[in-house]
Design a protein around this ligand. Structure first.
Ligand code: ZN
Length: 221
């Protein structure tokens, strides 16, 4: 059992940034290895606290604006998530907004891990993704995608404790009956936690992943 909570001291440091002005004689301290995050807004601080309480292993990422309505603001880098009694790693993921990260942590624990144990008889050990941030539009529109603000995660597959790897592309239609049921159950549970959930039933662009986005919408396909 591994319970890692190294985020609380960082939150304490961030609190200090807001409550006390920095001494005027302090030299700038910018290093490539440890960027200083912007002082978080109150709602972001609350979100980071929630994410910490979910026992996610993460590092806040410095806010960045890339132009063309693309940015990574209020994001974290998720290293791992903790379920009831184990640690789940996440692959392929860059910065993700805190709001989408908290929904993702809850989904991994109460949606995916429990469905894996109940339907497939093995716990979840890894979630594979195609990433989060990408400066682009929703395909076929002039509207910016949730990926342009790192508010969406594309989930491509799952690895279980017994070594099985279940992917959306291979197993949504081609898996065993239990694997197909597992993928539909975790898709439906994502709909309860994210504003927008898209999967293979939506269109061909989503035949190999679930698009998960905490955007406050109510769109489940
Ligand atoms: Zn997506």
């Amino acid at each position: 059992m591994r319970r890692i909570l190294f985020t609380l001291p960082l939150l304490a440091v961030l609190s200090g940034c807001i409550d006390r002005p920095a001494p005027s004689n302090r030299r700038p301290n910018h290093t490539a290895s440890r960027p200083r995050p912007s002082p978080p807004r109150p709602e972001l601080r609350q979100c980071l606290s929630t994410l910490s309480a979910q026992q996610a292993v993460f590092t806040p990422v410095e806010d960045r604006w890339y132009g063309n309505a693309c940015s990574t603001v209020g994001t974290v880098k998720l290293a791992a998530l903790n379920t009831d009694d184990a640690t789940v790693t996440v692959s392929g993921l860059g910065p993700v907004t805190c709001a989408t990260s908290t929904a993702f942590a809850g989904w991994a624990r109460y949606g995916v891990d429990r469905a894996a144990q109940q339907i497939l008889g093995s716990r979840l050990v890894k979630i594979e993704t195609f990433g989060s941030y990408s400066c682009r539009n929703v395909a076929g529109t002039a509207r910016r995608s949730g990926h342009a603000s790192a508010n969406a995660i594309d989930v491509s597959g799952f690895v279980l404790g017994d070594g099985r790897r279940i992917t959306v592309l291979q197993d949504w239609n081609g898996g065993t009956p239990a694997e197909r049921r597992f993928l539909r159950v975790v898709h439906d549970s994502a709909c309860k936690r994210f504003g927008t959930t898209l999967g293979p039933q939506y269109n061909a662009a989503h035949e190999n992943h679930f698009h998960l986005e905490a955007d406050g919408a109510d769109f489940c396909r």
